[in-house]
Write a protein that binds this ligand. Structure first.
Ligand SMILES: NC(=O)c1ccc[n+]([C@@H]2O[C@H](COP(=O)([O-])OP(=O)(O)OC[C@H]3O[C@@H](n4cnc5c(N)ncnc54)[C@H](O)[C@@H]3O)[C@@H](O)[C@H]2O)c1
Length: 367
């Protein structure tokens, strides 16, 4: 039986979720909700489901709803996630929330703790590692082709230039930390997915003159150095349309281990693999990488992959702590973000992110 789904927030991304649910046989989109009547009505007509203008009315009117996508936005593209997500959980619904999980770390901690107490699935749309190259990289790591982590380097953001700069933007971008909070959930999630928990963060945040002149508060350049619990180190460079990215395009991730290195280019496009066994004396010599081109250039393909994984996990009733891209995983990315902000505010000091909530195990399953 298809999972009955509703969506709260029918902007661009709410409609993206809707199109995915319409295409996926594991889901049945039964309702959409937006505070703006025209948006809800238009979506309901397009997807053949009921329209609501108040989430609680929807939850009361349609008790058959099983899961809710929260695709609202707000300051830093996330301040309006907390209330609708908490409300859906309070009505016993599983929730897939957009990223960043929340704009404030206190909200995020409360949301994750509440989903845990309610024993409901809370997932987050951390879609950047639901790609062909990332699935293959997972296999290489699992097979031992990469070995022990030495370093990772992630460059990701938006291509641009001072000529293309269009001004400070809508209220959601009017805090200094709007880029790091709204966007860096993605690269932090990718780094944690491949390398594990981060235990040390040092950050420098900045912006180019064109933004300063325009009194744009956004710190659009994020240079963040991290240490992983496993001893490896990592570097994240993210910028929001201030410059063109060079090698690897707008999204590159290089992961080097003691047995091999892989690099993902443009998120969905290519995976390169350098096998150390192909060189007798590595030194200055690099083997030619083996490159797989996935023939995909549309980043939009990550949405059906990620949302499909959420539906699959619900359908399979996986233990809650095995949910892929969970609320706790999303909380981790926000803890790193807040650690980076603290580091920046203190001149680049080393900050240890707050520990994540403990995993309790699923009492209905005995190991
Ligand atoms: N995962 C990704 O790759 C990705 C990409 C882009 C954006 N996003 C995220 O998607 C989210 C939505 O982005 P968007 O650009 O579509 O936002 P948007 O502002 O265009 O749309 C949000 C909609 O939510 C509605 N809304 C707000 N609060 C509501 C409430 N309590 N009840 C009902 N409706 C409510 C608003 O009226 C608006 O129509 C953001 O959190 C953003 O960070 C994710």
């Amino acid at each position: 039986m298809a999972i009955k789904v509703a969506i709260v927030g029918m902007g661009g991304i709410g409609n993206t979720h809707a199109r995915v649910y319409m295409q996926d046989p594991r889901a049945e989109l039964v309702a959409v909700c937006d505070l703006v009547k025209e948006k809800a009505d238009k979506a309901a007509e397009a997807y053949g489901c009921r329209a609501f203008y108040d989430e609680e009315e929807m939850l009361k009117a349609m008790p058959e709803i099983e899961a809710v996508s929260v695709t609202t936005s707000g300051y830093d593209n996330g301040s309006m996630h907390f209330e609708p997500a908490m409300l859906a959980l309070s009505y016993g619904k599983h929730v897939l929330v957009e990223k960043p999980i929340c704009a404030d770390i206190r909200d995020a901690r409360e949301l994750v703790a509440y989903a845990d107490r309610q024993k409901l699935y809370l997932g987050c749309d951390l879609n950047h590692y639901f790609t062909g190259p990332a699935y293959d990289a997972d296999k290489m790591i699992a097979n031992g082709d990469i070995g022990e982590l030495v370093y990772c380097v992630h460059k990701v953001g938006f291509n641009g230039s001072e000529k293309k700069y269009g001004g400070a933007g809508s209220p959601r971008w009017l805090t200094p930390y709007s880029h790091i909070k709204a966007f860096c959930a993605h690269p932090f999630s990718v780094m944690r997915h491949f390398c594990g928990d981060i235990v040390g963060v040092q950050a420098f945040l900045s912006k180019p003159g064109v933004r300063a002149t325009a009194c744009d508060p956004m710190l659009s350049i994020c240079s963040i150095h991290v240490k992983f619990a496993n001893g490896g180190v990592g570097y994240l460079l993210s910028q929001r349309g201030d410059a063109m990215f060079g090698l690897g395009g707008w999204w590159s991730y290089e992961h080097a281990g003691t047995r091999g290195t892989f690099c993902i280019e443009n998120a969905v496009e290519k995976l390169h693999y350098w096998d150390v066994d192909k060189v007798e004396n590595p030194g200055m010599a690099s083997p030619t990488p083996v490159t797989k081109d996935y023939g995909v250039s549309d980043f939009g393909s990550t949405f059906p992959n990620r949302i499909g994984a959420f539906l699959e996990d619900l359908e399979n009733k996986v233990p809650r702590e095995y949910l892929r891209a969970s609320g706790r995983d999303a909380l981790a990315t926000l803890e790193y973000t807040f650690a980076a902000i603290k580091s920046y505010e203190n001149g680049g000091i080393l900050v240890v992110p707050e520990m994540l909530p403990p995993l309790h195990g699923d009492i209905s399953r005995v190991w």
